[in-house]
Design a protein around this ligand. Structure first.
Ligand code: BES
Ligand code: ZN
Ligand code: ZN
Length: 510
């Protein structure tokens, strides 16, 4: 869908459906700014303001005839009270309205906003939220039904009326929102794919496609190469699968001169997690097709960051495997030699994510990473602790975690700080190797997993780990997306990188 700017007043903007976003005042739609439109629509808004039919509460709507305006149909869209207006309220509301326009078969949608009334929100943020919400809301997960019902066709264009607004800021905001949504939708699509289709090789070909599209160099390493690098973690987890394990490495350098930092994004790419020999129970095992949610998040973030043209060298590193039980599978009791040289006693083959990430984190350092962010559907313990609406944030660096936390607020992908301390590291000590891959008891499972990862990161490299096992998949769904893959992490990580690069404290000169 294209997002364009109309320099015409709402009632003079030709379109099939005009969305008129109204703030609420004293429990009624605030008519300020809409008098010409109201007149063109035969006083529809005045009539509504005198009834209970439409009170402009957030995420409420009312459809009316367009009267003498340039649109046959109007959707009055409630934004709620101005004091409660946030970017997320805008995203959700606009998502609802655009979906409604789709069911009305609108090809061109007009979007009129009360620019003057929303003075507390920056205009680029308003525009960004509109495009982000509209794009996310239209997402429909593809199915594999042989009987293909014809779905409603998306509108071709949304024209945002920018009279009374700073056109440059609105234009920039719309582009930002569109790009953020594109990364998130890419992540959703990958996570929703069935595991017989999305194998490690397929994930690698998707990464190649994204790289071509967005200007990354992409190398895909196979098992022979990983053997030479001594990547015992990735090879060990993948050895029970018929499908070859891969290490995907993408790289993008910005144009221009001058020294730039290298930021590495590392994502867990387990295309299916049976648990291996430590087999998972059968009941919800199919959900483990989503165990590559971390890799989807970093690939989505990579798309966004390339389009934002950030001043950093970006590395995207995805270890991808299938965790299967088999005659050749990893056993509990096996000892692995990792790429860093550390040895790991495997006590549970279901704690596989940390094993593949350990080699990938080490590889990030080898390739010169100054900063590392990893994302992974790593532990059930994190889901128990934080549920579906928060990712766990573990970090050794203040400015980096501050950037991620603030980014979470920007895009409403919320994170909660979790501890990794010496005592958690102690729980990962093995009597026979440098480390073991589980903490022993049931306590602090998300933190002991993070402590394991930290063993493969240099102390002086700012590092953050996002455990997205909870929010990567949603059982509730919302106006911004159906049940299933949420795409969590793509927008969050991209915004976090942007914020981190803008922060002088992060560069050490603050
Ligand atoms: N992929 C799972 C974690 C997970 C659980 C993701 C639920 C999404 C939803 C991970 O590989 C795993 O199985 N972790 C184990 C670790 C344990 C054996 C220490 C877990 O969380 O139970
Ligand atoms: Zn597992
Ligand atoms: Zn897993």
């Amino acid at each position: 869908m294209r997002w364009t700017i109309a320099r015409t007043a709402a009632e003079a903007t030709p379109c099939d459906v005009l969305v008129v976003a109204c703030l609420q005042m004293d429990g009624r739609p605030d008519r300020q700014g809409w008098s010409a439109l109201d007149k063109a629509a035969g006083g529809a808004l005045t009539v509504l303001a005198g009834t209970e039919v439409f009170n402009a509460a957030a995420e409420s709507m009312h459809i009316a005839s367009g009267g003498r305006s340039k649109a046959p149909w109007l959707i009055f869209l409630g934004l709620g009270k101005v004091d409660d207006l946030t970017q997320e309220v805008l995203r959700r509301s606009v998502a609802m309205a655009i979906k409604q326009a789709r069911t009305l078969h609108a090809g061109r949608v007009g979007l009129a906003l009360p620019w003057r009334g929303m003075s507390d929100l920056a205009q680029d943020a308003v525009a960004r939220s509109c495009a982000e919400g509209g794009e996310l809301g239209l997402f429909v997960a593809s199915t594999h039904k042989s009987d293909r019902r014809k779905a409603d066709v998306d509108p071709r264009e949304v024209k945002v009326c920018a009279v009374g607004a700073d056109v440059a800021a609105v234009r920039d905001g719309l582009t930002q929102g569109f790009d953020l949504a594109a990364g998130c939708l890419q992540a959703r699509t990958l996570v929703n794919m069935p595991p017989n289709e999305l194998t490690p090789a397929r994930l690698a070909s998707e990464a190649r496609r994204i790289s071509r599209q967005e200007g990354y160099l992409c190398s895909v390493h196979g098992e022979a190469w990983m053997k030479k690098q001594g990547m015992g973690g990735i090879l060990g987890v993948g050895q029970g699968s018929r499908k070859e394990s891969k290490l995907i490495v993408m790289e993008r350098k910005p144009g221009g001169r001058g020294k730039v930092p290298t930021i590495a994004l590392v994502g867990k790419g387990v295309t299916f997690d049976t648990g291996g020999i430590s087999l998972k129970p059968g009941s919800n095992m199919h959900e483990m097709k989503g165990d590559m949610g971390g890799s989807a998040a970093v690939l989505g973030a990579a798309m966004i960051l390339a389009r934002r043209n950030v001043r950093a060298r970006l590395l995207v590193i995805v270890p991808t495997v299938e965790n299967m039980p088999d005659g050749n599978a990893l056993r509990p009791g096996d000892v692995l030699v990792m790429a860093s040289g550390k040895t790991v006693e495997v006590l549970n083959t279901d704690a596989e994510g940390r094993l593949i990430l350990a080699d990938a984190l080490h590889h990030a350092k080898t390739l010169g990473a100054d900063v590392i962010i990893d994302a992974a559907t790593l532990t059930g313990a994190c889901v128990v602790a934080l549920g579906e609406h928060f990712a766990g944030l573990f970090s050794n660096d203040g400015p980096l975690s501050a950037a991620i936390d603030a980014a979470g607020g920007d895009v409403f992908e919320r994170v909660w700080p979790m501890p990794v301390i010496e005592e958690h590291h102690k729980l990962m000590e093995s009597p026979i190797a440098d480390l073991k891959n589980i903490g022993g008891g049931r306590w602090a499972g998300a933190s002991t997993a993070a402590a394991f990862l930290e063993e493969f990161v240099d102390e002086d490299t700012p590092w953050a780990h996002l455990d997205i096992a909870g929010p990567s998949w949603t059982d509730s769904g919302s106006s911004l997306g159906p049940k299933g893959a949420s795409g969590f992490g793509a927008r969050l990580i991209a915004r976090a990188v942007e914020r981190y690069l803008e922060d002088p404290a992060a560069r050490g000169d603050g």
